[in-house]
Design a protein around this ligand. Structure first.
Ligand code: TYD
Ligand code: MG
Length: 456
C-alpha cells in the first residue's frame, strides 16, 4: 500500500463538519467554538467508501431489482428486537448511545449472554477481560458462546473478528478505539469517523452485524451523536435519570424499521430487566382520591401507553410565582397556564405550579396537554379526577381541545388497562368506535371543567 500523506483540517466536535481553516462558528450546525484542529491521512489510507461485494456498480433500473427481505437475527430480547424492527439486520451497524453509566455496556453484554445460540465477539476498550467476566457473572446467563477481546487497535480487532467469524460483534466503545492510519488520539473526531467507517465496511463485507457503543455527554459535546448518525444504520439512544431505576431505549434512526419506538428497562442488581408493559409501571400507585393527578394516554412511536401526570398548585410563597416542570417543556406549561388564565378565567398568575411526569419520562407528545390541564385544575380545586378516567388531547391557544393522532389505539389501550372513560377532543373522528371504553368529547376548557368538576 502506498504510504499515506497527511494534511491538517479543522473538524467540528459537534457534527463532524470539516473545513480547511478555523472558524468560530460551525457553518453546518451553528455551534460556537467547536472547531478542533486535526491531522488526517489522505490518499489510500483514508479510503472510506464501503462497497458492498456482490453488488453491481452499474446503475440498474429499480423495477428490475428483486427485493429480498432483510436477513435478521433475533437478539433474544423481545423489546430490543422490536425496537430494531424485528431483530438485528445482518451486516448492519447499530449505534447505542447514551451518557456514561446509563447501562450501555450492561445491555450489550446481557444480550449475548441471554442468547447463547449466537456466537458473539465482545470487544472492549474500557475494561479488562476479568472485569467483563465479573460483570457477566453478576448478570448470569450462558457465557459459553461469548468471546471477549480487550483491544483498542482496529486492525487487530478486525483480524480477530475475521478469524473467529462470530454471528454478532459488540464494540465498546467508539471513543476508545483507534485506527493506525489516522494521526490523532482515540476519541478525536477523525478517529471516531474512521473507526465507524472501518466497522461499517467490516459489517457490510462480512455480513456480521455490529453493535457499536458511543458515549454522549449531556451537552452532546464529545463526538456528538450527529457525527455518527449518518454513518451508522441504526441509532438507539439510552435515556433516563441516572438516579432512577428506569431506562428508556429509544430508536432515533433506523434504516430497517420505524423510529421513535421505545423500550423500557429497569436497572436491577442483576442487570437490566425488560418492562413489557410500561403503562403498569407508570400508572398511579396511590389510593383513589388524591387531587393533582391525571392519567394521559400517550403514544411513543407506534405503541400507546399510559402514565400519570402530577401537578401541585399552591399560593406563591415569595411574591413571584414559580413554575417548574420535570419531564415536560416548561414553556409549554407556561403556555397552558396562560390559556387557563385568559380563556377560562382561572387566576393562576399568583400561584406556584409544579409539574412532574411519572417515572422520569420526558414527554413531547402534545396529546399530554389535556392531562396536564386536568392535573393542574384538580390540584387547584383540590378535587380529585376520578381514577378510571384518562385523557388524550392537545390544547390550542384559544382554549380549544384539538384532536390527536391515533386516538383509537390510545382508547383501546386505555380500555385494556381498565379505564372506563377517555376524554378526547370533540373534533375527533373515529373510523370505528373502540369497544370497552366510553369516549367523552370536550370542545374547550370550560367544557372539560364542567364535565370533570361539576360536583366540586
Ligand atoms: P454500565 O453498563 O457500565 O454503563 P455504561 O456502559 O453506559 O457507561 O453501568 C451502568 C450502571 O449500572 C453502573 O453504574 C452500575 C449499574 N449496574 C447495576 O445496577 N446492576 C448491574 O447488574 C450492573 C451490571 C450494573
Ligand atoms: Mg460502559
Amino acid at each position: 500500500m502506498a504510504s499515506a500523506k497527511t494534511k491538517t483540517l479543522w473538524f467540528c466536535n459537534n457534527c463532524g463538519n470539516e473545513s480547511p481553516k478555523w472558524m468560530g462558528k460551525c457553518p453546518a450546525c451553528g455551534e460556537w467554538n467547536t472547531m478542533v484542529e486535526q491531522t488526517v491521512a489522505t490518499g489510500p489510507a483514508s479510503k472510506r467508501v464501503a462497497s458492498v461485494p456482490g453488488q453491481s456498480r452499474k446503475p440498474v433500473r429499480l423495477d428490475s431489482v428483486t427485493s429480498g427481505s432483510e436477513d435478521r437475527l433475533s437478539l433474544g430480547s423481545a423489546e430490543v428486537d422490536r425496537l430494531l424492527g424485528g431483530g438485528i439486520v445482518k451486516g448492519s451497524l447499530v449505534l447505542i448511545g447514551g451518557e456514561p453509566g446509563i447501562g450501555k455496556s450492561t445491555l450489550s453484554l446481557q444480550l449475548p449472554l441471554g442468547c447463547p445460540s449466537l456466537k458473539t465477539l465482545y470487544v472492549t476498550g474500557e475494561e479488562s477481560v476479568s472485569q467483563v467476566k465479573m460483570r457477566a457473572d453478576r448478570l448470569g446467563g450462558d457465557s459459553s458462546s461469548c468471546f471477549i477481546l480487550s483491544e483498542t487497535l482496529m486492525d487487530n480487532i478486525i483480524s480477530e473478528a475475521e478469524e473467529i467469524a462470530p454471528d454478532l460483534m459488540v464494540v465498546d466503545s467508539v471513543q476508545t478505539m483507534y485506527c493506525q492510519g489516522v494521526d490523532s488520539t482515540a476519541g478525536s473526531v477523525s478517529q471516531i469517523k474512521e473507526v465507524a467507517a472501518t466497522l461499517l465496511r467490516f459489517a457490510k463485507e462480512s455480513g456480521i452485524p455490529v453493535i457499536l457503543i458511543g458515549h454522549i455527554t449531556k451537552e452532546g459535546a464529545i463526538a456528538g451523536p450527529k457525527l455518527l448518525e449518518h454513518i451508522v444504520d441504526v441509532v438507539l439512544q439510552f435515556e433516563g435519570e441516572n438516579r432512577g431505576a428506569y431506562r428508556i431505549l429509544r430508536s432515533i434512526k433506523n434504516r430497517f424499521g420505524s423510529t421513535s419506538e421505545i423500550a423500557v428497562f429497569e436497572m436491577t442488581g442483576t442487570g437490566l430487566r425488560e418492562v413489557e408493559n410500561p403503562s403498569e409501571l407508570l400508572m398511579p400507585v396511590h389510593e383513589e382520591g388524591l387531587s393533582g393527578t391525571a392519567v394521559s394516554a400517550m403514544l411513543d412511536g407506534t405503541r400507546p401507553f399510559l402514565f400519570e401526570v402530577q401537578a401541585l398548585v399552591s399560593s406563591a410563597a415569595y411574591g413571584t410565582a414559580q413554575r417548574s416542570a420535570t419531564g415536560f417543556d416548561v414553556r409549554r406549561l407556561n403556555m397552558l397556564l396562560a390559556v387557563l388564565e385568559r380563556r377560562a378565567g382561572f387566576r393562576l398568575s399568583q400561584k406556584d405550579v409544579f409539574l412532574n411526569m411519572a417515572g422520569g419520562l420526558r414527554i413531547t407528545d402534545p396529546a399530554c396537554d389535556l392531562a396536564v390541564i386536568a392535573a393542574v385544575l384538580s390540584s387547584n380545586f383540590d378535587y380529585p379526577v376520578p381514577s378510571d378516567i384518562c385523557f388524550a388531547g392537545e390544547v390550542g391557544l384559544s382554549g380549544e381541545i384539538r384532536p390527536v393522532s391515533q386516538v383509537e389505539r390510545r382508547a383501546i389501550e386505555s380500555g385494556r388497562l381498565g379505564f372506563k372513560k377517555i376524554y378526547v377532543s370533540s373534533y375527533t373522528r373515529f373510523d370505528k368506535k373502540p369497544e370497552g371504553i366510553d369516549i367523552v368529547k370536550v370542545s374547550d376548557i370550560p367544557a372539560l371543567v364542567r364535565s370533570l368538576f361539576k360536583n366540586g
